[in-house]
Design a protein around this ligand. Structure first.
Ligand SMILES: [Mn+2]
Length: 404
């Protein structure tokens, strides 16, 4: 039997750019959250008496690994060493081997996969080999080739674990990151695949487990839900796993239906109620609220001043212990009477959709902001952010149309 912790995508020195509008205490807590989450995982690993810890890439957020993050990890690993726990690490696209950083001396229990070639480490117990761990590290930030063919097949009775920081084919349009097919991994006959790169935890296969553990701390509104790591036990051909949610702060998104709300007070009450359902002891929650439905309050709810006031009401100053802080209020509401078909066929709507879908139009609209020294720091938006921006733009333009 072997027992280990599988985690990935620590992104320890994440800068949390673009979140400077948060209350100071919450921002401070967020900046420390990646460290705290890993600390908790280390404590769980020790308490659970695991044999080893696997980190499947992206320990650091940038190629220039911060000294603070490196020292922090060194201390964590020393704590694991004192408890006779080994550590196996691959580097991913965010912390490739060609980056620049201060070389530290690491405790003896730490094993880094050295580079692009698949390497095997043996985990031994009292001089006997018990498990093999196969993996590689990113030599540069973009690894575009599928490297699964280089992983050896399992041909003995040891436990075999593959560690891979990469993109499962079919899970996203782009595959700049060591793409692979699940079927190729299964052919190796391994007992477990510890995957990293995708920040959302998911099992691509249950038996044997082929799993993304997700990142250990959500870093923006697109990374919702529980974050942490898995304690895995392999016993013969049986695998059992327990997920531990260790992140100090969670991001969530909630819908508030406005179609049956009779007045604005009711909308406010509903927002406050839904907010309370997200409260978790000792955790900070950053909540996005989405107003939806066809409502007679359409025009009043589109009023920018009301929305700003509502956001203000829903904010929280509490930074110690648990809090639920509404970070943004999104508006997806519709007027009660609207001829959807007529609108969608109108030349205005067609034009609008063309503009929203044209990447060049977006580039043009953003060009001034990109030149602006302060503004451009806030333009690091991911796919989901862009979807939101477009949705809100569509909403505002449609409002003009409904008025007309
Ligand atoms: Mn990552």
């Amino acid at each position: 039997m072997i027992k280990f912790l599988h985690c990935a995508d620590l992104h320890l020195d994440s800068p949390f750019k673009g979140l400077t509008s948060l209350p100071e205490g919450m921002l401070k807590r967020l900046v420390e959250s990646t460290f705290l989450s890993f600390n908790r995982l280390v404590d769980i690993a020790i308490k659970e008496k695991v044999d080893f810890v696997i980190i499947a890439g992206d320990l650091y957020d940038s190629g220039q690994r911060s000294l603070k993050a490196q020292f922090f990890l060194k201390n964590c690993f020393a704590k694991l060493a004192a408890n006779h726990i080994e550590v196996y690490i691959v580097h991913g696209n965010h912390d490739p081997l060609d980056g620049q950083w201060v070389q530290l001396e690491w405790p003896k229990n730490v094993h880094f996969f050295q580079g692009k070639d698949i390497q095997t480490y043996y985990y031994e117990r009292e001089g006997e080999k018990v498990a093999c761990l196969h993996g590689f590290s990113y030599e540069t930030s973009a690894v575009t080739d599928n490297r699964t063919i280089h992983f050896p097949e399992k041909k003995d009775d040891l436990y075999h674990i593959g560690i891979l920081h990469g993109q499962a084919d079919g899970y996203s349009g782009h595959s700049r990151y060591a793409p692979f097919l699940i079927s190729e991994l299964l052919k190796k006959g391994y007992d477990y695949w510890a995957l990293g790169h995708i920040h959302k935890k998911m099992d691509l296969q249950v038996e044997p487990p082929v799993r993304y553990s997700g990142n250990i701390q959500g870093r923006h509104s697109g990374e919702t839900g529980e974050k942490g790591g898995y304690i895995v036990t392999l016993n013969g051909s049986e695998a059992s796993s327990v997920f531990h949610a260790t992140s100090d702060i969670e991001w969530h998104e909630a819908m508030v239906e406005c179609d049956t709300a009779e007045n604005l007070q009711e909308v406010i009450t509903r927002c406050e109620k839904i907010k309370d359902t997200y409260r978790i002891l000792y955790k900070g929650i950053f909540l996005t609220i989405r107003l939806t439905g066809a409502t007679p309050l359409y025009e009043e709810l589109l009023d920018g001043v009301f929305l700003e006031d509502l956001e203000e009401i829903l904010r929280e100053e509490d930074t110690e212990g648990s809090f639920v802080h509404v970070v943004s209020l999104k508006n997806d509401i519709l007027p009660v009477t609207h001829d959807e078909l007529a609108i969608k066929q109108s030349p205005f709507f067609q034009d609008m959709m063309n503009v929203l879908q044209d990447e060049r139009e977006i580039e043009r609209a953003l060009s001034d902001l990109k030149m602006h020294r302060t503004a451009r720091k806030f333009l690091t938006l991911d796919e989901k952010d862009w979807e939101d921006v477009k949705k809100q733009a569509e909403q505002l333009l449609l409002a003009e149309l409904y008025k007309g």
